[in-house]
Write a protein that binds this ligand. Structure first.
Ligand SMILES: [Zn+2]
Length: 255
């Protein structure tokens, strides 16, 4: 049975001013003594082997099995010229797909000021975020590249949670709203229809308005917050409908 290792050819290239620079490249073939432990790219992911370094642009048909992807942060507005320049630069490096970054949050409105500590919910208010994403998508498409929208899910800024407390996820064991202050986010309930109607409406506008080619929906969990489940009104009603059983009052497990 082969193990799942790549064997990089490590090379200490330079020691300079106290900094150690290490360069490496992926070996095309493993060292003979390690051949029985080697798993090649084709075995590992089932895609055709690709050159590691720069390669010519690929056509439309093969962009999914031949991803050469990097990300692009665009929390701030780009001008047309900046978008064209960055698209040309990325295409010139041999990438064929760009993943959006720092614009994951679709629920920011113009009056939602960015709070200290926000990470995954940074970015422009929704209409501006769509316009900025479209500007980049158009520029990347002109260079033959694809643009993937990288989004967050049911974690929201505290400004949104304050406006919609009835959509919040509630820890059934403590009765407290689920949130993660390290990331500056609150969690909305996975069962709350009103939240998802709003999310899907924004998502539809985002897809149509930005013309992105793919989506990656991130943070589809709560990073260990609320491990015992949600006790919000939506979950209570759904649990009762499904089982006939009343959940115990929030903060009173076992009662
Ligand atoms: Zn709930």
């Amino acid at each position: 049975m082969k193990s799942g290792f790549f064997f990089p050819n490590l090379r200490l290239s330079r020691i300079c001013g106290g900094l150690l620079f290490v360069s490496f490249s992926l070996a095309a073939e493993p060292p003979p003594e390690l051949a029985d432990r080697y798993q090649g790219r084709r075995d590992l992911v089932g895609y055709p082997a690709l050159p590691v370094m720069r390669a010519p642009k690929h056509g439309d048909a093969d962009w999914i099995p031949c991803l050469r992807m990097r990300n692009l942060k665009h929390a701030k507005p780009f001008t047309d010229e900046e978008a064209a320049n960055v698209a040309r630069e990325i295409a010139g490096m041999g990438f064929n797909v760009v993943a959006s970054e720092d614009s994951r949050y679709l629920l920011r409105d113009a009056d939602d000021k960015l709070a200290a500590g926000e990470v995954d919910t940074v970015g422009l208010p929704f209409p501006d975020l769509v316009k900025n994403t479209r500007r980049l998508a158009d520029a990347l498409h002109r260079e033959g590249l694809r643009f993937m929208g990288h989004l967050t899910c049911a974690q929201v800024a505290f400004t949104y949670a304050a406006k919609h407390p009835e959509q919040r996820m509630i820890d059934v064991a403590t009765g407290k709203p689920a949130e993660d202050k390290n990331y500056g986010v609150a969690y909305m309930c996975y069962v709350n229809d009103t939240f998802w109607k709003h999310y899907r409406a924004r998502l539809t506008d985002y897809i149509e308005g930005s013309q992105v080619d793919a989506l990656m929906v991130d943070e589809i969990q709560t990073f260990h917050e609320n491990p015992r489940g949600c006790g919000c009104d939506s979950c209570r009603a759904k649990f009762k409908a499904d089982t006939g059983i009343e959940l115990p009052p929030n903060g009173q497990p076992g009662s």
